[in-house]
Design a protein around this ligand. Structure first.
Ligand SMILES: Nc1ncnc2c1ncn2[C@@H]1O[C@H](COP(=O)(O)OP(=O)(O)OP(=O)(O)O)[C@@H](O)[C@H]1O
Length: 461
């Protein structure tokens, strides 16, 4: 048991930064290993640490225990002082002197538990959103790498970090993960997550209470400000002004700011140009919609976490039909597992999914028509729908028309000749040319790529 725990801490030290080891792992005390049940009992010094460790490290510790004892082991965390006497093991340092017996053995003292708890509550962070449970793929690997970099070197690497992308793609998840990582280091960092809407209401409250000084003092004193969905600042001039001051004050003191938005800075409407240029002065990274394999990986990961057995073919079926974002996939998983439970179906099959997701699938399949695409694209580029069929070829019309053809090929089951017909009787080679041209341009031009994402999201509802 002692040997196991020493090895376990050693292995964790290879994976985790030293602050996390001293803040979370060293305070743990192995209590006993129950041979019959294969349960490892470990105590944590307070409720806050217990919850955090259970959420973030139990999987790692269980894997190590399973390896060591050569059978599946479950780790059970309990509050120190509540049960049996501990067999403390202090550290992984090979020649470390044995630790004295007694209650929790802490490493470098982190902030006292009550303070940690308060800091966490004040931060408004959701502890469920971490890097560990953020599935990575081509669509978000840059954003994740930037987020990790900022979490490791706040205030000095990219300031601000500006993350943008369509709805439900993981922007909020990623910024909570950064905040949680910083808080987990236990260095007393003052973190605050705030949705832009909440910030606007804080400004309004400061007005009502004539408390702008207090408002300023609070925001300017943070070490890390995470502000979500900044597009909601549009047209709110006083909010923008206050935010500008907070931004300047924080960046000057090398305090980190992280912003999310549904679009990149220059595309933000009704936001002061001073702010826009500040937003663009650090690092701006997009999160793209996940591709098929990544959607499958996300589904399998979420199913596993929720204890749902999901065969790969079922994950592929759902992922093929639901393409727009991760929130939609989560919703589908919830529906499918509830349906299966309700109907006493233990194994998830494609047929179960078809039944459970009937509504979702018909919407996602049925709604997108070529007419729909033509109208959406025409609105987006502010041209007439009639220009989609006309023979006119000025660039401001030809390009949106090609975009619409590309989307028609991508989002409907229509063949090239059918699409050509619906675009004023054009030849299928014209459609093919448009599809190839836009697909190629999309991979090279960020702005076009973004416009296409917006259009795809709009069309998929
Ligand atoms: N890569 C991922 N791995 C695991 N879960 C993810 C991933 N991306 C998104 N999610 C989950 O999908 C849901 C939606 O993500 P999130 O709220 O972060 O999206 P968002 O980009 O902030 O969207 P919005 O602009 O609507 O606020 C959350 O439950 C989140 O945990």
């Amino acid at each position: 048991m002692k040997d196991f725990w020493q090895t376990c801490v050693q292995r964790l030290e290879q994976d985790l930064p030293p602050q996390q080891i001293s803040a979370w792992i060293r305070p743990l005390v192995p209590l006993a290993f129950d041979e019959t049940q294969a349960v490892l009992r470990v105590s944590a010094p307070n409720r806050f640490k217990l919850d955090w460790v259970r959420k973030n490290f139990s999987h790692k510790i269980e894997t190590l225990a399973t390896e060591w004892y050569e059978r599946p082991v479950q780790v059970s965390f309990e509050l120190a002082g509540a049960g049996a006497r501990a067999v403390p093991v202090r550290t992984a340092t090979p020649n470390a002197a044995p630790a004295p017996t007694g209650p929790a053995v802490t490493g470098a003292p982190a902030a006292p538990a009550a303070v940690e708890q308060v800091m966490h509550d004040r931060s408004r962070l959701n502890t469920d959103l971490t890097f560990d449970n953020f599935v990575t793929g081509k669509a978000n690997q840059l954003a994740r790498a930037a987020a990790l970099q900022v979490a490791e070197n706040p205030g000095v690497s990219y300031n601000p970090l500006f993350l943008y992308g369509g709805v439900g793609l993981g922007k909020t998840h990623l910024i909570h993960a950064i905040g949680n990582t910083l808080l987990a280091n236990g260095t007393g960092t003052r973190v605050r997550y705030v949705h832009a809407d909440q910030y606007v209401s804080d400004v309004v409250k400061a007005y009502q209470r004539k408390a702008f000084d207090e408002f300023k003092r609070y925001y300017h004193s943070l070490d890390l400000l995470l502000i979500d969905d900044i597009q909601f600042f549009a047209g709110k001039n006083r909010t923008q002004e206050e935010f500008f001051y907070a931004f300047e004050a924080m960046v000057a003191q090398r305090k980190q700011i992280i912003i999310t938005s549904d679009t990149y800075p220059k595309e933000l409407a009704n936001i002061d140009s001073r702010l826009i240029s500040r937003f663009d002065s650090g690092l701006t990274v997009a999160i793209e919609p996940p591709e098929l394999e990544m959607r499958v990986a996300i589904l399998l990961h979420k199913a596993h976490t929720e204890g749902v057995t999901m065969p790969e073919e079922v994950a592929f079926f759902i992922a093929k039909h639901l393409r727009s974002n991760v929130r939609e996939l989560e919703g589908a998983l919830r529906k499918v597992s509830a349906y299966a439970r309700f109907h006493g179906r233990e194994v998830l099959t494609v047929d179960v999914c078809k039944d459970a997701l009937k509504d979702l699938l018909s919407v996602s399949n049925g709604q997108i028509t070529v007419e729909n695409i033509q109208k959406t694209v025409a609105d987006f580029y502010k041209i007439k729908v009639a220009d989609m069929y006309s023979k006119r070829r000025p660039a401001n019309i030809a390009m949106p028309r090609q975009v619409a053809m590309y989307l028609a090929k991508e989002l409907t089951q229509k063949s090239l000749p059918e699409i050509g017909d619906l675009f004023g009787g054009r030849d299928h080679t014209t459609v093919l040319h448009a599809v190839r041209k836009i697909s190629d341009a999309r991979s090279k031009q960020t702005e076009l790529n973004h416009a296409l994402h917006v259009l795809e999201q709009t069309l998929k509802g």
